[in-house]
Design a protein around this ligand. Structure first.
Ligand SMILES: [Zn+2]
Length: 1052
């Protein structure tokens, strides 16, 4: 199953970003990530997270409705003193229906923010200020390492044990430029307490400060298996950062930070520069923990419906073991420059890449913004850059100088706010032209300002998003935590960043009084601000190779400087580390990790209320759930009438629907209509296999939301965009093509595992092929050609777009899916039938799509320092497997035990997984930021033996079952529940089947693992195929080692 472009989420989160975090969690392939990023692509210096991939966000069923904003819950009397804490403040925040208590731990000075509310998705986090004075990556390595065993939990990785068998809805850790977060969340109270206890023990009493093996594994070490072998560096963070340093977008963000903050801590990379990481010593690492991981440097967060006094009791048990001390962890202020500067840098590019990155960057102020300026600047940021129709965004794209926007505006996640904007895909001769465009547009905006309709639309978007507070699958409490910490970490009132109603009302008053708020901001903070850096990054096809050479030369030199004894000792320490990594934890130690019992798990599936009606030739599903007067609307239009040759044009057609204007509105007016009257509209293709059927499900999804009073406006707008949308704006279309191209190209380097897996699926089924044609490498190839065709044959492109539209637009077979409370559903009724009446109602014949990609093993070559290695078989077709719920337990456990140990811990990759798609039958192994290629493939093959020889005691089995249930019962907000019900219908998954799977999951036995191994044996058979995204050097090496096996393509 696949979704393209979650525009609703993006739009919402953008406005949400007005107050809450622009936090990016490194979870490749995860939609939630995009939702939290705001505009597409990576933002500024991003926190890094510990867990690789997928399963970090999961959830529990029985999720109740969100707390209605504004409905004041009776606030309990908070004790003035309890368990060694004193109450500092007690305030009710209406926006989030939360009592916000601030406590100080009397003995150590640790600060606690304790939010009491109705949210069953309880959240907790410890936050340390962790400024750096070198790019050795200490805080990042420490962030990984403290979760590798502690005083009370003496196993190799308690974190992984929790990943395997807890009901967490969030479990991770992140390093930001000046702080480190340890957040968890769960809906189950006992589970929540378990997570909190493991995390508290981990941060204050970790094993890594006494056991150098942890540092070696997570940070860096020399690897030397035999004396005659070449010396290499290994380490999880070392490789994670090699992946980060291979991404031109992230290189750009990092270079901008370095240029803007030449004098304070921000010039260093808290994540670690792979060239500098090997300079880090174990002693420095220990000292850093001793200095900063102390209660006196701790900020601790709790939020949810758990008892508040118990929180203090739990904390005091840990904190009271320490004495108060002064910890200087503040970040020094960067003095503002008196002259702008221009910096030219290089980035590692492929042979084909000739284009540069160009941006203007500012440090906006010597100190953090006050609340008033902060909110004003956030609105300004949205007005200038929030949508492709926003003037600064549009001026840059209309200039035709580049392919996609970079920088993307205001960043308040560092001590002094920063603003950054520019373009990538720029001819190297045009760098200064880009700077000019930005400056001219800022000048124009400072004088002419924004139209009232634009300002109203922006305010509506921001306010809608704040009221909706839809954080997707990300716990609401943690979104609030990230927002609060942005003030709290700099010793400001954390609550400032949570409240918004009053500030927004005041801000609207200022606007209403006619004050030139925006003009003044632009002039003061941007035009007249000399702390400005023009950054140009030019492509260098040799740089990647030189980086490799440099590392090899350094290793060679280090090896030469080693005595015979030192070499022997490196061999033995390599062996010792491997042995340690591969020795299972003793069962008694594992028993220390708290887990739930099977009895804690509901036997019955959770139901989503669904009412189904036929309306003429369409179907209307509705789900009555509390949504705080918001209507969530989805239309699933059949895509099977689109001719196969036009499929790769479908994603761009989808963009046209909302981004090109209509017969009634220009592109800019339409954007303002959408912003002013809805919470967002998005259109994207959805394609999936359906188990047991040859026909895939293929729909165009139209998704929208609005408040009850604007349902009529929304339905009018939807009719307008779908029936009267213009498809003739060549310039705008070309921009969308180039933006898609740029996004796909950076995806290939940053998330090659996704491309490799898609490529494999495209060899096996129509749905896989369509997905690859509309989102994978084939799509990129198509988009590259399309960029030229838009110039050479625009009439032809237009006629193709019209053909797609006419093949889609029919009420015949269309399914509408509505989620709202009873009153809102009632109000929507008449508008919905009017909408369906407006659609034509012809029957559309299905086109022939019977195509798949040839069955080959492929190496996709890109400029990178790491590999993404995927291998796949189809268990239904190649092994005759019949679906059983135990596959969920086995796949998950395999990923979290064997693959984690082999590919990540020993192999040094950032992540690896084995995932089974129940709809297609594909079992796909994939690795992420992996230093190995053939070794990883051997590990995949070894998974079969691992499963067939597996022995597991009852506790471990229960843990595995609970882990799988946690995935099945994902925590969902009401709109997600409605969407899930629709997906189940489209994929023909009945409630009876879900109950059967659940029963099978709960009844899983060790023998199921052994049986599954027999089917997975096919991964070593002739039907299995491999696709890897890799570097030129690695491609050469493996094609020599296994000749005549690979199809090799240079793709960047
Ligand atoms: Zn990491």
């Amino acid at each position: 199953m696949r979704r393209v472009a979650a525009a609703v989420a993006t739009r919402a989160s953008l406005a949400n970003a007005a107050r809450s975090p622009r936090i990016a969690i490194h979870r490749p392939g995860c939609l939630a990530r995009r939702a939290h990023l705001g505009r597409s692509g990576p933002r500024w210096p991003m926190p890094r997270c510990r867990a690789a991939c997928r399963a970090t966000l999961r959830a529990m069923s029985a999720a109740s409705a969100p707390a209605p904003a504004g409905a004041r819950a009776p606030a309990a009397q908070a004790p003035k003193e309890a368990h060694g804490f004193e109450l500092v403040s007690d305030e009710y925040v209406e926006e989030y229906a939360s009592q916000v208590l601030t406590y100080r731990h009397k003995k150590t000075g640790a600060e606690v923010l304790s939010l009491v509310n109705d949210d069953e998705n309880k959240t907790f986090s410890v936050i340390f200020r962790t400024p750096v004075s070198a790019s050795t990556g200490i805080p990042h390595i420490l962030e990984h390492s403290v979760l590798c065993g502690s005083r009370k939990y003496p196993v190799k990785e308690p974190f992984v044990e929790l990943l395997k068998g807890s009901l967490f809805t969030f479990l991770n850790a992140m390093t930001a430029p000046d702080r480190t977060y340890y957040p968890v969340a769960s809906c189950n109270l006992q589970d929540f307490y378990n997570l909190v206890d493991v995390y508290l023990d981990a941060v204050y009493f970790p094993r890594c400060i006494t056991d150098p093996l942890v540092f070696q594994q997570e940070g860096w070490h020399y690897e030397l298996e035999k004396e005659e072998d070449p010396l290499t560096y290994k380490g999880v963070v070392f490789n994670e950062m090699k992946g980060v340093y291979s991404s031109p977008d992230q290189t750009h963000s990092r270079r901008a930070m370095q240029a803007l903050f030449p004098d304070n801590n921000y010039r260093f990379d808290s994540g670690g520069d792979p060239k500098v990481i090997p300079n880090l010593t174990y002693e420095e690492f220990q000292d850093f923990h001793a200095a900063y991981y102390h209660p006196s440097n701790s900020r601790i967060w709790f939020s949810g419906n758990d008892p508040p006094v118990e929180r203090l009791r739990i904390l005091d048990e840990y904190l009271s073991k320490f004495e108060r001390r002064e910890v200087d962890s503040s970040v020094a202020m960067q003095p503002l420059m008196t002259q702008p500067k221009r910096v030219v840098e290089k980035f590692a590019a492929g042979e084909k890449e000739k284009k540069a990155f160009v941006s203007l960057n500012w440090v906006l102020s010597e100190s953090p913004f006050d609340t008033e300026t902060q909110i004003a600047f956030q609105v300004l940021d949205y007005l200038m850059l929030g949508t492709p129709a926003a003037p600064l965004y549009k001026a840059l794209m209309d200039s035709g100088l580049g392919e996609a926007l970079i920088g993307r505006g205001l960043n308040s996640q560092v001590k002094q706010p920063v603003f950054s904007v520019g373009l990538k895909g720029v001819d190297t001769a045009d760098g200064e032209k880009v700077e000019k465009i930005i400056e001219q547009e800022l000048l124009r905006l400072s004088k002419k300002g924004f139209s009232d309709s634009a300002v109203q639309a922006a305010l509506n978007t921001i306010e809608f998003s704040l009221r909706e507070n839809n954080t997707g699958s990300f716990p609401r409490g943690l979104a609030l935590m990230f927002a609060a910490v942005n003030a709290w970490i700099y010793d400001r009132e954390p609550i400032e960043n949570i409240k918004w109603q009053e500030d927004l009302a005041q801000f609207k008053q200022r606007l209403a009084s006619g004050e030139d708020v925006f003009g003044r901001l632009i002039t003061k903070y941007l035009i007249d601000n000399p702390h400005k850096v023009a950054l140009e990054m030019q492509p260098d096809a040799k740089l990647a190779g030189e980086t490799v050479e440099e590392e090899l030369a350094r290793l060679k030199k280090e090896r030469e400087s080693m005595s015979k004894e030192e070499i022997a000792s490196t061999v033995s320490s390599t062996e010792q580390l491997k042995k340690h990594q591969l020795t299972p934890d003793p069962p008694e130690a594992l028993k220390a990790i708290p887990t739930l019992k099977l009895d804690d798990i509901p036997r019955e599936i959770t139901m989503i209320p669904t009412d189904e009606q036929q309306y003429k030739d369409s179907t209307i599903l509705s789900h009555e759930l509390f949504t705080n007067d918001i209507l969530y609307f989805e239309a699933a239009l059949d895509m099977r009438g689109v001719p196969a040759t036009l499929l790769p044009l479908v994603p761009l057609y989808c963009k046209c629907v909302t981004q090109m204007g209509t017969e009634d509105y220009s592109f800019v007016e339409l954007t303002q209509q959408i912003d002013g009257k809805t919470g967002g509209i998005s259109v994207y293709p959805l394609v999936s296999d359906v188990r047991g059927e040859d026909e895939p499900v293929a729909k165009i999804m139209v998704k929208a939301k609005t408040t009850k009073d604007k349902v009529g406006d929304l339905m009018d707008l939807l009719q307008n965009v779908m029936l009267k949308g213009r498809l003739d704006n060549q310039q705008r279309f070309k921009q969308m093509v180039l933006e898609s191209k740029a996004r796909l190209e950076s995806g290939l380097v940053g998330a090659g595992n996704r491309f490799a897996s898609m490529r494999l699926a495209a060899q096996r089924s129509t749905a896989g092929w369509v997905s690859e044609m509309t989102g994978g490498l084939s799509y990129l190839e198509y988009v590259r050609q399309l960029a030229e065709r838009v110039d050479s044959d625009w009439p032809g492109v237009q006629s193709d777009l019209h053909a797609i539209r006419s093949s889609l637009l029919t009420s015949n077979g269309t399914i509408l899916n509505l989620t709202a409370d009873e009153g809102t559903l009632g109000a929507a009724g008449p508008f919905v039938s009017e909408f369906l009446d407006a659609l034509p109602s012809e029957e559309r014949a299905s086109e022939d799509w019977s195509v798949v990609l040839p069955r080959v093993n492929e190496l996709l070559v890109v400029p990178t320092q790491v590999n993404y290695v995927a291998k796949s078989v189809n268990l239904y077709k190649d092994a005759g497997y019949e679906l059983d719920g135990s596959s969920s337990v086995i796949g998950k456990n395999l990923s979290r035990s064997y693959l984690w140990d082999r590919v990540r811990v020993v192999g040094g990759a950032y992540g690896a997984s084995g995932s089974f798609n129940q709809h297609s039958g594909n079992f796909t192994f994939s690795s992420y930021r992996d230093p190995n290629l053939l070794g990883t493939l051997a590990n995949y093959d070894g998974a079969v033996d691992f499963l067939s020889n597996l022995s597991m005691d009852d506790d471990a089995l229960v843990q595995a079952i609970i882990g799988a249930i946690g995935d099945v019962d994902a925590y969902q907000l009401p709109d997600a529940k409605g969407s899930t019900a629709l997906m189940r219908r489209l994929l023909h998954v009945s409630d009876a089947e879900r109950q059967e799977r659940r029963d099978q999951i709960l009844a899983t036995q060790v023998k199921d693992f052994h049986e599954y191994a027999q089917y997975l044996e096919s991964v070593r058979g002739p039907e299995a195929r491999v696709v890897a995204v890799t570097s030129p050097d690695a491609a050469k090496e493996v094609s020599q080692e296994i000749p005549d096996f690979w199809k090799i393509s240079n793709v960047l």
